[in-house]
Write a protein that binds this ligand. Structure first.
Ligand SMILES: [Zn+2]
Length: 330
């Protein structure tokens, strides 16, 4: 395919990221990350059967603006197989067995690859961002849950079915909180935005966290990560306790990933870490002690992601380039 394209064409890939609240599409040069057009649309949460249609409508607008792309790369939150079929996503429960790649291929007549959204973000951080130059990298996106992409030997680890890289659902606390996936004690129940809320509820049970609950409108069940962040910015001491426990849980999970994968860098993105250098430092202090033989290993740097909220969409385009034109991750 590559030899039939002009060099100008090879700068025109479309990457799409399906988030919990919005769909982001970009036209991007996958070799530089330069975005030449972008479109957003709300995720059809109440009508999940319209998901493929809504993603396709974003793509159609971009094609109308810039012309036909070489290929399209889509990221969706969940288990996506090698053929681009979404099998399961805890945060998109109504969307099961969705052949997202096939539907877009049929609608637009170009090659399409679909991957988990966090894997796409990891590909982008590896190629153009914080993990550039690292052939072994753990790249985490902390949002409502935990997304992840694992770079092993310079390539995205996909596994037998395409389902690799879900450490957010490592079981770390058998007596812990219920996860969006339906099980109890997954790492993301204590290490994501939902984790900040769960740890806050632990403090509420101890008769604390009054200011955090106040910021959540007085209702403990409504506490979200942003309320903890806001209380911390005000100097609330209970919020610091929440963040301290949170950092310990994050470091425990990362320490296990270091024991398993021996990466040369860990990258944290997704909003929770970027705004809080104190949090990153607390994780850095604790992470090696939570890996096997930590004092006998080189210290693994824990760095913030660099590409921001467009990382997933840009990574989708890079993935499409690699698959259909032939790049490092093909
Ligand atoms: Zn889970």
């Amino acid at each position: 395919m590559a030899d039939t394209q002009t060099s100008a064409d090879l700068r025109r890939f479309i990457g799409v990221d399906l988030g919990g609240t919005k769909i982001l599409g970009v036209v991007v040069d996958p070799q530089t990350g330069e975005v030449s057009a972008r479109r957003k649309a709300p995720t059809p949460k109440d009508e999940p059967e319209l998901t493929a249609q809504a993603i396709g409508d974003v793509v159609a607008e971009l094609i109308h603006e810039v012309g036909q792309p070489v290929a399209i790369g889509v990221g969706v939150p969940g288990l996506v197989d090698h053929d681009g079929v979404l099998h399961y996503g805890p945060n998109v429960q109504g969307v099961l067995n969705l052949d997202i790649a096939g539907e877009l291929r049929a609608r637009f007549g170009v090659d399409v690859i679909a991957e988990s959204d966090a894997a796409n973000a990891a590909v982008a951080e590896h190629r153009l961002g914080a993990a550039r130059g690292h052939d072994h990298a753990v790249i985490i996106t902390q949002g409502t849950g935990i997304g992840c992409g694992l770079i092993v030997g310079g390539r995205l680890l996909r596994g037998a079915n395409g389902f690799a890289g879900e450490p957010g659902h490592m079981l770390v606390d058998a007596d812990g909180h219920t996860c969006a996936c339906g099980r109890t004690g997954c790492w993301e129940t204590v290490s994501s935005g939902a984790g900040l809320a769960n740890i806050s509820l632990q403090l509420v049970a101890e008769g604390r966290a009054a200011r955090i609950v106040e910021l959540a409108g007085g209702e403990p069940a409504h506490v979200r990560g942003e309320h903890v962040s806001q209380a911390m910015a005000e100097g609330d001491s209970d919020a610091f306790v929440v963040f301290d426990r949170f950092a310990t849980w994050v470091a425990r999970g990362l320490g296990s990933l270091i024991s398993i994968l021996d990466p040369s860098i860990v990258v944290l993105g997704g909003g929770l870490s970027l705004t809080n250098e104190n949090f990153l430092d607390a994780v850095r202090e604790r992470v090696m002690a939570n890996s096997m033989g930590g004092t006998h290993r080189p210290i693994v740097p824990v760095e913030p992601a660099q590409l921001g909220e467009e990382a997933g969409a840009i990574g989708g385009a890079i993935n499409a380039f690699d698959r259909f034109v032939g790049g490092a991750n093909s």
